[in-house]
Design a protein around this ligand. Structure first.
Ligand code: BTN
Length: 316
């Protein structure tokens, strides 16, 4: 039990009782109370002890995320929160390499070296939601890309269910609102020929962060869409709960059950798009994805399947 959970009854509780619950000294309790105050919590104290006062601030840390989870999740057994980190992705990959098991999440207020697909720099100012999860799915390595499709379905569902906003998925896994990118996903993996050692899934969502001028045309934050600050702990807890269900369902029953949902929300459907594979750029009509997550493109009246690449709406 954490000190925040003990205080969450919102009644006075003595330092003595807290020290007994936590099995630490009174001095250690006092220190932790001061830490919480620094984190933005309003804690009153009197001869009766300490009391947590609701101050309407949208705090974001591991306690708040856990407090918003309605049940214990297998994909979120441990959460490590940092005020600042180079990249949550790099941090979780290090833990994966040390042999940690599924269920570790690293989340940060700010990243100094956040990165996206094809090692592109990812703007990670304070106010966004930047986190990485360590996963060990029992699937074959060539199915791993479907995980990023599932993550985008989970995000799309949350925007819709929790915030009433429609979004689209730009293949394979960018989430767009009003045609602008609100979230991106990266999947990194270590695998043997037929088994996955680990997967680190990184998710970046523009929530309350302001975007630099050069990104304003192509990106958007949830705060701008909803015209108010969003509770990130609430968002993250809802997302993790949604994704946990999809994740285990996918391992049991496969991806096909989600195909229609994905294709219903795919961006630029029936339109001309270009795919940049890094060594080639092709243009064709977007026919959605197949059951393996490949993009079906119509090129010169024949259909071709694309495994990976960066998709853009074609100019013509
Ligand atoms: C993309 O659209 O290219 C994927 C962006 C992924 C960004 C997230 S933020 C949390 C995690 N840490 C990182 O350094 N990257 C991912």
């Amino acid at each position: 039990m954490s000190i925040i959970e003990i205080l969450s009854t919102e009644k006075y509780i003595s330092g003595n009782e807290i020290s007994k619950f936590l099995g630490v000294s009174r001095v250690a309790v006092h220190k932790q109370i001061n830490e919480l105050k620094k984190m933005g919590y309003a804690i009153g104290s009197s001869s009766k002890g300490y009391i947590l006062i609701k101050n309407g601030k949208l705090l974001f840390n591991e306690y708040e995320i856990k407090a918003n989870l309605r049940k214990q999740l297998d994909i979120c057994k441990t959460i490590k929160y940092y005020e600042e980190i180079t990249s949550t992705q790099t941090a979780v990959k290090k833990l994966a390499e040390k042999g940690f098991g599924e269920g570790i999440i690293v989340v940060a207020e700010k990243q100094t070296k956040g990165y996206g697909r094809i090692k592109r720099m990812w703007n990670s100012n304070a106010g966004g939601l930047w986190f990485s999860m360590l996963l060990k799915p029992v699937i074959s390595p060539d199915e791993s890309s479907k995980l990023s499709l599932l993550l985008s379905i989970a995000l799309k569902r949350i925007f819709e269910k929790e915030y009433g906003i429609g979004s689209e998925i730009k293949w394979p896994n960018d989430i767009l609102i009003f045609g602008k990118k609100v979230a991106g996903i990266i999947i990194e993996m270590s695998a043997e020929q037929d088994a996955i050692n680990w997967i680190v899934a990184g998710i970046g969502i523009n929530i309350n962060n302001s975007l630099p001028e050069n990104l304003e045309n192509i990106s958007i934050s949830l705060k701008t869409v909803l015209k108010k600050e969003i509770d990130r702990a609430e968002f993250m807890a809802a997302f993790l709960t949604e994704f946990e269900n999809l994740y285990f369902d996918f391992q049991k029953n496969g991806f096909v059950q989600f195909l229609e949902e994905y294709n219903n929300k795919i961006a630029y459907k029936g339109m001309f798009v270009t795919i940049d594979s890094g060594y080639d750029v092709i243009t064709g009509k977007n026919f959605g994805i197949d059951e393996n997550g490949k993009l079906i493109l119509e090129l010169d009246n024949k259909l071709e399947k694309i495994v990976s690449g960066t998709l853009r709406k074609a100019e013509k």
